[in-house]
Structure formats: structure tokens, C-alpha cells
Design a protein around this ligand. Structure first.
Ligand code: UD1
Length: 339
């Protein structure tokens, strides 16, 4: 089976490429490298010891996509490509809706034209907004209380894909709602490589540990959580990658749009993460308590039982492993793929 991986050079995409190849799938990576580097694919090629076809292109370009579909017989698409910086999405909403929403519509149109109707989409727990309680199941309301265009673009794409299925039941659609991906491939040769100052907690902590940042700002210590700092469901990127392989394994057997949380079911606070990272790295992480960040919620963790039921998937890697693997990547590559 030939899988097109849009955004395959990115953080989650590159890790997923490894497991797809190890599971015996053929893959084609499609990426515009706007927020990723070809170096990640070169390193994946070393890990899997084979070359990977890469097409440079933009999901908004019909011409770029048709080039791939003309050249390869694609059976299914894993669609990672998209912009994901929350703050930037508030400043540039049209850029986000254009890349994420228009890009996905264009992708589906080309897929349909070429008779490829199986897609696994990278959604996010952000679609739950501020959940009324935790853990969060897939039945929780979505779309309300989303605080930024990035999050809304994920929600809108989910709705569009549901409508696509209603119009044509031969589509096979899996919406994977990620919680907070962290960690890196064991060798430390690939990992998360934010191009700017990181927005997310884990890359900020690891850059602080390696000395690139002076201290971490802890955004709020007065939330209604055990230690007052925000609680999230951090999931190892290799577990997340494995969830995609399981979704592809089963996709042909699904007869409805599958909406699946990919999380561990455990919530850890910002200070838990600092402690765990200090233990894994042997470095002190200086931090200061700062005001709450706009749009943040107190707590968000998954009920992952549906993923177990329908994909026979559950996360197997714990917090120590997440921090050790993030640290290996960060300490071996202090400047990411830029050397
Ligand atoms: C954020 C996005 C979410 C997106 C996800 C992608 C916001 C409001 N939400 O989620 O839409 O899907 O990233 O991974 O940005 N923290 C600090 N100091 C920092 C950075 C973060 O204290 O420098 C805290 C946050 O307040 C939060 C926790 O760490 O409590 C996790 O933050 P982050 O990694 O940005 O993820 P989310 O906020 O869950």
C-alpha cells in the first residue's frame, strides 16, 4: 500500500514515516518545507536504511498535488501538512485558514479525482476548547470555546471531512485528535525543531536545559490544579506515530468517520514536567512564575479507551522516556537541523 504523507518532513510526520516503513508501507513525502527541513527526511532514510521519495509542493496547489498522484498510485493519505503556531494564527488568520482549510479542501478534491478516498487527518485536542471535565472522551462537545484561528481551522476541517463522508460514503476518514506530543526518536537524530522561539512547553524546557534560553516562564500558578500550574496529557511522539500506523492498518474496515483521541490518559503539570526533565537531563531548569497565557486552559487530558477499542492502540512510553528522548535530541542537536 502506497501512503502519501503530507507534511512528512515535520515533527510528527517524520517520526510516522519511520514506523510506516517498518510496518511495510511504501511512502511518498509531500512537503513545502515552510516549517521543516529536508534534513529530517535524510536522517529518516539513514534510520530505515532506504531512500524515500520526496515531492516538494504545496497542498494549496492542484498542480503540485496532481504531480504526485500522476507519478504514484496513492492508496491513502496521512495529512499532517498545516500551520500550527497559535499566536501567529491570531495575527494572521487568513494565512491559517488558507493553508489549513483551503489546503485540505484542495487535497480532498485531488484525492477524489484520482479515486483515492482514504485519509487520516491530524486534528487536535484543541477542538474541545475548555472541557467541562477531564478525562475527555470523543463525545465531549467540540467547536465552542476555541480561542484561536489555528484551533478553529482544525475544527472546521473536521466538519468539512464529515460532510465529505455524508456526500459519499465510500470515503474512509480518520480524525486523530492529538493531545500534547513530546519526545523524539530513540537515536536522538530526529526530533522537534521549532524555527523560532518555541511556543510549546517541552521545546522551551529543553532549550532552557541546553542553555539557549535563560529561564522558563511558567504561565500561571493559580489554576485549579494540584500545584496551580496547567495540566496536560503529554504523549511520546513515537506512540503518536504508532497510532497513525494502526489507523492506516484498519482504515479500509471503517464504515463511518472515526474520531479518535490519541493521548495517554495521564495529566502532568508544568512543574511535573520541569522536575521530570531535570531528572532526565541532569540539568537545572530555572523558571519564573509569569501571568497566565491568553487562551490557556487549566487542565486537559484524554480518555484514550476508544483508541484501544477500535485501533488496539495505547501509549506505552512514560514521562521519563519522553524527557530522556527529548533531551537526547536537544543535546545532540542544539540548533536542530540547522547544525
Ligand atoms: C498548545 C495550543 C494548542 C495546540 C498545541 C499543539 C495554546 C493556547 N494552545 O496547547 O492549540 O494544539 O499547543 O501542541 O497555545 N507553558 C508554560 N510556559 C511555556 C509554554 C507553555 O508554562 O513557555 C504551559 C502552558 O501554560 C500549558 C502547558 O505549559 O499549561 C502546555 O503548553 P503548550 O505546550 O503550549 O501546549 P497547550 O497549551 O496544551
Amino acid at each position: 500500500m502506497n501512503i502519501l504523507v503530507t507534511g512528512g518532513a515535520g515533527y510528527i510526520g517524520s517520526h510516522t514515516c519511520i514506523l510506516l516503513i517498518e510496518a511495510g508501507y511504501s511512502i511518498v513525502v509531500f512537503d513545502n518545507f515552510s516549517n521543516s527541513s529536508i534534513e529530517s527526511i535524510k536522517r529518516v532514510e539513514k534510520i530505515v536504511n532506504q531512500s524515500i521519495p520526496v515531492v516538494e509542493g504545496d497542498i494549496r496547489s492542484t498542480k503540485d498535488l496532481e504531480k504526485v498522484f500522476n507519478e504514484y498510485k496513492i492508496d491513502a493519505v496521512i495529512h499532517f501538512a498545516g500551520l500550527k503556531a497559535v499566536g501567529e494564527s491570531v495575527d494572521k488568520p487568513l494565512k491559517y485558514y488558507d493553508n489549513n482549510v483551503t489546503g485540505t479542501i484542495n487535497l480532498c478534491e485531488v484525492m477524489s479525482k484520482y479515486g483515492c478516498k482514504s485519509i487520516v487527518f491530524s486534528s487536535s485536542a484543541t477542538v474541545y476548547g475548555n472541557p467541562a471535565s477531564n478525562p475527555i472522551t470523543e463525545y465531549f462537545p467540540v467547536g465552542q470555546g476555541i480561542t484561536n484561528p489555528y484551533g478553529r481551522s482544525k475544527y472546521i476541517i473536521e466538519e468539512i471531512l464529515r460532510d465529505v463522508f455524508i456526500s459519499d460514503n465510500s470515503w474512509k476518514i480518520v480524525l486523530l485528535r492529538y493531545f500534547n506530543p513530546v519526545g523524539a526518536y530513540k537515536s536522538g537524530t530526529i526530533g522537534e525543531d521549532p524555527s523560532d522561539i518555541p511556543n510549546n512547553l517541552m521545546p522551551f524546557i529543553s532549550q532552557t536545559a541546553v542553555g539557549k534560553r535563560e529561564y522558563l516562564n511558567v504561565f500561571g500558578d493559580d489554576y485549579d490544579t494540584p500545584d496551580g500550574t496547567g495540566v496536560r496529557d503529554y504523549i511520546h511522539v513515537m506512540d503518536l506515530a504508532d497510532g497513525h500506523v494502526k489507523a492506516i492498518d484498519k482504515i479500509k474496515s471503517f464504515d463511518k468517520v472515526m474520531t479518535i483521541n490519541l493521548g495517554t490518559g495521564n495529566g502532568y503539570s508544568v512543574l511535573d514536567m520541569v522536575k521530570a526533565f531535570e531528572k532526565a537531563s541532569g540539568k537545572k531548569i530555572p523558571y519564573k512564575i509569569a501571568p497566565r497565557r491568553d487562551g490557556d486552559i487549566a487542565m486537559c487530558y484524554a480518555n484514550p479507551s476508544y483508541a484501544k477499542e477500535v485501533l488496539d492502540w495505547s501509549a506505552t512510553r512514560g514521562l521519563d522516556e519522553m524527557c530522556e528522548d527529548s533531551w537526547r535530541w536537544q543535546s545532540q542537536n542544539p540548533n536542530g537541523y540547522r547544525g
